[in-house]
Design a protein around this ligand. Structure first.
Ligand code: ZN
Ligand code: ZN
Length: 241
């Protein structure tokens, strides 16, 4: 959920103010402001809030009793910040920085990046506000329903050939299969590069052996289109359909 922000990783606490950086605008190939939105929802801070409110939210989530220190910059609102790809929450190095490091059990030699990750991980794993919220009840005896599905008759020989040909290595990420099946063979799945429902053929020129992660990624990942292109360029037996 919380991704790295360039440029903050190796900075140390040399300045008077540490800017705790949170991604908040969308650029290509970068996380969307969903990241900020999740943080705000965990902290129970509204999207119309100011950086100051986020800071107070972090203080509450970490269970810190002292009031955070208010700086001018914190009057800026969080969203719609197109000039910059991040929201910076200023934290005073001596007072607040040390308080946060102590709270998180981090050494004083930590970098800004360590502090940022420490806060994010703490909030993720100890969401004070989440504990207050009711957890979903679920269903002890879920009802069942019968649904009609279209299944394609797949050629077992194609599956066998593709799996044998892969020698246990995913043709997408090129890593060895993550685990074995019950019978001791590598767990890889056969994926149709052009889907059967999309009139793709059930041939070795349209199928690849992929690990479960890549398989989900090829079907549901945000970069599925470029992954598909990658498969075509990487696997020479494939023919574009
Ligand atoms: Zn893979
Ligand atoms: Zn598939």
């Amino acid at each position: 959920m919380f991704n790295e922000v360039e440029g903050t990783r190796n900075e140390s606490f040399d300045d008077d103010v540490i800017n705790l950086r949170i991604k908040c605008s969308k650029r290509e190939n970068e996380p969307t402001n969903d990241q900020l939105k999740s943080l705000l929802s965990i902290l129970e801070v509204s999207e119309e809030s100011y950086l100051w409110d986020v800071k107070v939210g972090i203080w509450n989530a970490l269970g810190i009793k002292n009031e955070p220190i208010k700086l001018k910059k914190e009057r800026q609102s969080i969203l719609n910040r197109s000039f910059n790809n991040a929201a910076d929450i200023p934290i005073l190095r001596n007072k607040e920085g040390e308080l946060l490091l102590t709270k998180l059990g981090l050494p004083f030699s930590s970098t800004k990046r360590d502090l940022e990750l420490g806060i994010m991980n703490y909030i993720k794993s100890n969401p004070v506000s989440n504990q207050k919220k009711a957890l979903p009840k679920g269903n002890k005896k879920p009802e069942s329903k019968t649904v009609e599905v279209t299944q394609y008759i797949r050629d077992k020989e194609v599956i066998k050939w593709i799996l044998n040909n892969s020698v246990g290595t995913c043709e997408c990420c090129q890593e060895v299969a993550p685990f074995y099946r019950n019978d001791g063979t590598f767990f890889l799945e056969v994926h149709h590069v052009r889907g059967l429902a999309d009139s793709g053929s059930d041939t070795i020129q349209n199928t690849v052996a992929v690990c479960p992660n890549c398989h989900r990624n090829l079907h549901s990942g945000e970069n599925r289109k470029s992954l598909k292109e990658l498969m075509y360029s990487r696997v020479s037996r494939l023919i574009v359909e």
